[in-house]
Design a protein around this ligand. Structure first.
Ligand code: C2E
Ligand code: CA
Ligand code: CA
Length: 696
C-alpha cells in the first residue's frame, strides 16, 4: 500500500519523470495493480471455498436449492423491472416465481432444522412443513394446469381436466393434512430428524402431477399450439425424471426446486419476453417482420397468406370476443399441422399471416387450398357450429412490397378491392395488382408530402378548368376548377387520388392550393375578361371542419379576390354530414358572398325537402340523369317535374356531361340555364380559360 501512495505522489510531482524513467513508473504501476488484484482474488476465492465447504459439509447437499433461489430472485427482479406487458401469463409466471422463492426458503429452512435437532420445536416444524406442502400444491397447479388450459378450446373440450384437478387437489390436501396432523411427515428420535415420509409425500404428488399432464398432453396434443406442445413434451418428462432422481438421492442431495423454477423460467422466456401470443400459440407481427425481411434480403422464395376474419357466427348470433379467440387459436393450430414449412403469425385478434417458406407453385397451391378449406370449415362450438367469414390474400415474392409498412398498406389496399360482403373470398395477387399498388402508394406518399409542406404554390398540384356555357347569353360565363396531380412527369386524374386524399386527411390542403391558384388566375383575368365566377369542388370532410370559413377567407383576402368570384360545389352526401357545422359554414360563407352549387344531383339519396333547406344557388344535374331521361320516358317526366319545382323555387339549373347534339338539344328544350360538357368545352389548363371568356 505504501508503494502505491509513494507512486501516486511521484506521479503528481512534475520532476518524477526526471527521477524515475517511464519504465520504472510502469513497473511500479504493474506491481501495485498485481498486489491489489492478487489480494482481492485471494480473498474472494477464500470466501467461496469457505461457503462451498460449509454447504458441502452438510449431510444433505442443497447447493442446487441455493442456485435456483438466486435464479428465481434474478428472474423475478427482471420481470418486475423490465416494464413487462401485464398479460395473463405474466401474472401466472410472476406468482409462480414468488411462490418458488418462498418454497426454496422453506425447503432450506426444513433441511436446516434437521441439522440442529437440539433446537427442535415440533409445532413450528409442523407449521413450516404444512406451509411447504400447501405452497407446493399451488406451484403444481400453476405449472401443469395453466399451460394445458392455455387455449380456450381445451377449456371447452377438457372440462374434466378441471374436475380431475380438483379431485387431485382434494386428495393432496387430505393426505398432507392427515400426514401433518398425525405427525407422520417425519420421525424424531430425540437426537435426529428423519424426513423420509416428507420426501415421499411431496415427490409422489409431484410425479403424479407431471404424469397427469403428460397424459393430458397425449390426449390433447392435436389441439395444442406447436410451441405449447413442444414445451409440455419436454418439461413434463424432464420433471418426472428429476423427481424420481430426487427420490433416490434424497438422503444426500436436494434439488427439487429445479422441477418448478425451471418451467417458470421457460414460460417466461417463451411466452413473455418472446413475443408469443399465448392463446394462439403463434408469434406476433414483429417476429413475422424479421422473417419477412430476411426472406427479402436473402432473396428467398416465399408465399404469404394474409387472412382477415370478417365475422364470427354461431347460429346466426354474434359473440365476438370468445369466438374470435377460439376461432383464431383453433384455425391457426390446424394450419400449423398442414406443413412444417408453414409458420403462423398473429397480427390482431382477427388477422393472421401464414408464411410459407416455398415458392414452388404446385406445392404452394396445395397449401393454399388446404388453408382455405380449414378456414371455411365450421367449428364445433358449445353444441353448435361456429362459422368464420374471411378474406384471404395470397402474395408471392414481389419487388414492389419490400417492407412491413408497405405490406400493411398493400393488404388494406387489396382487401378494399375485394367484394364488400361477408362471403369467404380467396384472391391470389397478380402482377398488375402490385403495379397498381405501387402507383397508389407513390400517390399517397406524394399527397402526404403536399399536405406536410402546405405550399400554396405547390407545382405538383395542377389546376384545370372547364368552361361552362350560359344558354341565355350564348357565352361562357363560369368555369369549374378541376384538379390533377403531376407525378414523375405524368398527369394523375382525380379518380386516382381524390378518394385517397379524403381518407388520409390531405384533401383540404389540395383545396387550399387550388383555391389559391384560382384566385391568382382570377386576378389575371379580372381586368380584361367578362365572367361571373369560377367554381371549386369542396369535399364533405372539409365542410365539417370548423376552421373552413377562416382558412378559405384568408386565401381570398390575401389575394384580394372578391368572394363573389368564387363558388363552391358540394355533393348531396355533404348534406347528410354533420348538420350543425356544415350549415354554419355555409351560412358564414354565404354571408361573405360565396355561392353554392349542388353537384351531381340525382346520384345521392337526399330528399328534395332537405336540399331546398340549404342555401344553394345552382343545382348541377348529374350526367347519368341526362342520359337516362333521353332514353326513358319515366325519367324524362321526372326530370320535367323536378326542373319545374326547382325553377319555381328560384334555383339556377345546370346540366353536366353534354357530349353531343342530342344531349345539347335536350338540355336547352327542358329549361336548363347552363351547360357543361365536352361538346362545348373540355377541361383546359387554367391559363387557357381566357380563350373562352369574352373580353369586356
Ligand atoms: P365532377 O365534380 O362531377 O367534375 C366533372 C367531371 O366530369 C370532370 O372530370 C370533367 O372532366 C368531367 N366531364 C366534363 N364534361 C364531360 C362530358 O361531357 N362527358 C363526360 N363523360 N365527362 C365530362 P374530372 O376532372 O376527371 O373530375 C372527376 C371528379 O373528381 C369530379 O367530378 C370531382 O368530383 C372530383 N374533383 C375534381 N377536381 C376536384 C377538386 O379540386 N376538389 C375535389 N374535392 N374534387 C375534385
Ligand atoms: Ca364538380
Ligand atoms: Ca359533377
Amino acid at each position: 500500500m505504501r508503494r502505491i501512495v509513494k507512486l501516486t505522489v511521484y506521479s503528481i510531482d512534475k520532476n518524477c519523470i526526471n527521477r524515475y524513467s517511464k519504465e520504472k513508473v510502469l513497473k511500479y504501476a504493474y506491481i501495485s495493480c498485481g498486489y491489489i488484484i492478487n489480494k482481492t482474488f485471494r480473498k474472494t476465492m477464500y470466501s467461496i471455498a469457505k461457503l462451498v465447504e460449509v454447504i458441502m459439509n452438510y449431510d444433505v447437499n442443497i447447493i442446487t436449492e441455493y442456485v435456483f433461489l438466486v435464479i428465481a430472485i434474478l428472474i423475478l427482479t427482471a420481470m418486475i423491472y423490465t416494464k413487462p406487458r401485464r398479460t395473463r401469463i405474466y401474472h401466472i409466471d410472476c406468482a409462480g416465481m414468488v411462490m418458488s422463492v418462498l418454497q426454496i426458503v422453506l425447503s432450506i429452512t426444513i433441511i436446516g432444522i434437521t441439522r440442529e435437532p437440539e433446537e427442535f420445536d415440533s409445532i413450528l416444524f409442523n407449521i413450516i412443513c404444512a406451509l411447504f406442502m400447501f405452497n407446493y400444491l399451488i406451484i403444481l397447479n400453476l405449472i401443469f394446469n395453466y399451460v394445458l388450459l392455455l387455449s380456450p378450446e381445451l377449456k371447452i373440450k377438457f372440462r374434466y381436466i378441471m374436475i380431475t384437478e380438483l379431485i387431485y387437489d382434494l386428495g393432496y390436501c387430505i393426505y398432507m393434512g392427515y400426514g401433518i396432523l398425525a405427525g407422520k411427515m417425519y420421525a424424531y428420535d430425540g437426537t435426529s430428524i428423519i424426513l423420509t415420509d416428507y420426501f415421499y409425500s411431496y415427490l409422489i404428488f409431484g410425479i403424479l402431477d407431471s404424469l397427469y399432464s403428460w397424459s393430458t398432453w397425449i390426449i390433447g396434443r392435436r389441439n395444442m399450439s406447436r410451441i405449447v406442445k413442444i414445451g409440455v413434451a419436454i418439461l413434463s418428462p424432464l420433471d418426472t425424471i428429476l423427481l424420481m432422481l430426487q427420490w433416490y438421492v434424497r438422503e444426500t442431495c436436494v434439488f427439487s426446486s429445479a422441477t418448478y423454477v425451471f418451467p417458470f423460467v421457460i414460460f417466461y422466456i417463451l411466452f413473455h419476453s418472446n413475443p408469443y401470443n399465448e392463446i394462439a400459440g403463434c408469434q406476433n407481427e414483429y417476429s413475422f417482420e424479421t422473417r419477412f425481411l430476411d426472406a427479402i434480403y436473402l432473396h428467398k422464395k416465399y408465399t404469404i397468406i394474409y387472412v382477415k376474419m370478417t365475422q364470427f357466427r354461431v347460429d346466426g348470433e354474434i359473440d365476438f370476443y370468445n369466438q374470435r379467440k377460439y376461432a383464431l387459436s383453433t384455425k391457426s393450430r390446424q394450419i400449423e399441422h398442414v406443413s412444417i414449412k408453414m409458420h403462423n403469425y398473429i397480427i390482431s385478434d382477427k388477422e393472421f399471416i401464414v408464411f410459407i417458406k416455398s415458392g414452388e407453385k404446385d406445392k404452394v397451391q396445395g397449401y393454399v387450398e388446404q388453408v382455405y378449406n380449414i378456414l371455411a370449415e365450421g367449428l364445433p362450438y358449445k353444441n353448435s357450429v361456429l362459422h368464420t367469414d374471411f378474406k384471404m390474400l395470397v402474395m408471392e415474392n414481389t419487388p414492389y412490397v419490400n417492407n412491413m409498412h408497405m405490406l400493411k398498406v398493400f393488404y388494406d389496399y387489396m382487401i378494399k378491392k375485394m367484394h364488400n360482403n361477408y362471403e369467404n373470398e380467396k384472391y391470389v395477387c397478380k402482377d398488375k395488382d402490385y403495379e397498381q399498388f405501387k402507383e397508389e402508394y407513390a400517390i399517397e406518399n406524394m399527397l402526404v408530402d403536399i399536405r406536410n409542406k402546405m405550399d400554396l404554390e405547390d407545382e405538383r398540384v395542377i389546376c384545370y378548368a372547364q368552361p361552362i356555357y350560359s344558354i341565355s347569353t350564348g357565352t361562357f360565363r363560369t368555369a369549374e376548377a378541376l384538379m390533377r396531380l403531376k407525378m414523375d412527369g405524368r398527369i394523375i386524374y382525380p379518380d386516382k387520388f381524390i378518394e385517397l386524399a379524403e381518407h388520409n386527411g390531405c384533401i383540404h390542403a389540395l383545396t387550399c392550393i387550388i383555391l389559391n391558384k384560382v384566385c391568382k388566375e382570377i386576378n389575371e383575368l379580372a381586368n380584361t375578361y367578362d365572367f361571373d365566377a369560377i367554381t371549386i369542388n369542396c369535399s364533405t370532410v372539409e365542410m365539417e371542419d370548423e376552421n373552413l370559413y377562416t382558412e378559405l377567407m384568408k386565401i381570398l383576402n390575401d389575394n384580394k379576390v372578391a368572394s363573389s368570384k368564387i363558388r363552391l360545389e358540394l355533393t348531396e352526401s355533404t348534406m347528410s354530414g354533420n348538420y350543425e357545422i356544415v350549415s354554419e359554414n355555409m351560412r358564414k360563407l354565404n354571408q361573405a358572398g360565396v355561392k353554392f352549387y349542388l353537384d351531381d344531383f340525382g346520384t345521392g339519396y337526399s330528399n328534395l325537402e332537405r336540399i331546398v333547406s340549404f342555401p344553394f344557388m345552382t343545382i348541377k344535374f348529374d350526367k347519368s340523369i341526362l342520359y337516362r331521361a333521353i332514353s326513358d320516358s319515366t325519367m324524362n317526366d321526372l326530370v320535367d317535374g323536378i326542373v319545374s319545382i326547382f325553377k319555381k323555387k328560384g334555383f339556377v339549373l345546370l346540366v353536366e356531361g353534354v357530349e353531343n347534339e342530342e344531349h345539347s338539344k335536350y338540355s336547352i328544350d327542358h329549361g336548363f340555364d347552363y351547360i357543361q360538357g365536352y361538346k362545348y368545352a373540355k377541361p383546359v389548363q387554367l391559363e387557357k380559360l381566357s380563350e373562352y371568356f369574352s373580353k369586356k
